[in-house]
Design a protein. Structure first.
Length: 207
């Protein structure tokens, strides 16, 4: 019982904290003269944090109702874990030292450090109830590929890119973008394999 409520409170708490943090950041960003709401929701960080927050909140409600997760629930939760892992790794490796503009330091800490770590720890503490298989990695890959295509096409039209490594003018053209994307693809498959392996081998703490 104690373990169940620990997970419920942790998921609800961190899910709501992240949504509140992003809401505050949206309000601050909206005060800029050149604010574009589409730009705000074009950051992979914001999208992955919003998605993970809702997954946390919904899964907490399932635990309250004692609803056992289905295979689909596990895949969706694994999607959130993977995307948050990518968010944390890419930010730490490529974006940690760039100018963050009006992004508040504590919000930066929540969305780039705390939430990725918490989501992964939650996966390790309470792994999926069903066995995940390799073909599910292809499902996880759909959104990142669509995101890159969207960012490049929209960026070429409006001359705005969410991240420097997606801007051909800053990385030596589209060849540079392709190299960065290749590196992220390798990272994606490694993290996917690792999370799936751990999820299938670890024991759940509650039924």
């Amino acid at each position: 019982m104690a373990k169940r409520w620990f997970i419920i409170c942790a998921r609800l708490g961190f899910g709501l904290l992240t949504l509140i943090a992003l809401g505050i950041q949206f309000k601050i960003t909206a005060q800029l003269p050149n604010f574009n709401p589409v730009n705000f929701f074009s950051y992979f960080t914001n999208l992955s944090n919003i998605f993970a927050s809702f997954v946390f909140i919904i899964s907490a409600l399932y635990l309250i109702k004692r609803r056992k997760p289905s295979a689909t629930d596990d895949i969706i939760r694994g999607t959130a874990v993977l995307y948050m892992s990518i968010t944390g790794v890419v930010f730490s490796a490529l974006l940690r030292n760039i100018e963050l503009g009006v992004l508040l330091p504590w919000i930066n800490t929540v969305v780039h450090y705390i939430m990725p770590i918490v989501v992964v720890l939650d996966w390790l503490y309470q792994p999926p109830s069903t066995q995940l298989v390799a073909r599910q990695i292809l499902f996880w890959l759909i959104f990142p590929l669509l995101y890159i295509v969207y960012s490049l096409i929209r960026g070429s039209i409006v001359n705005w890119y969410p991240y420097p490594f997606l801007n051909p003018a800053k990385v030596g053209g589209y060849a540079g973008v392709a190299l960065y994307c290749l590196g992220m693809l390798v990272t994606f498959f490694f993290l996917s394999w690792l999370l799936m392996k751990l999820g299938n081998s670890l024991k759940r703490n509650i039924p």
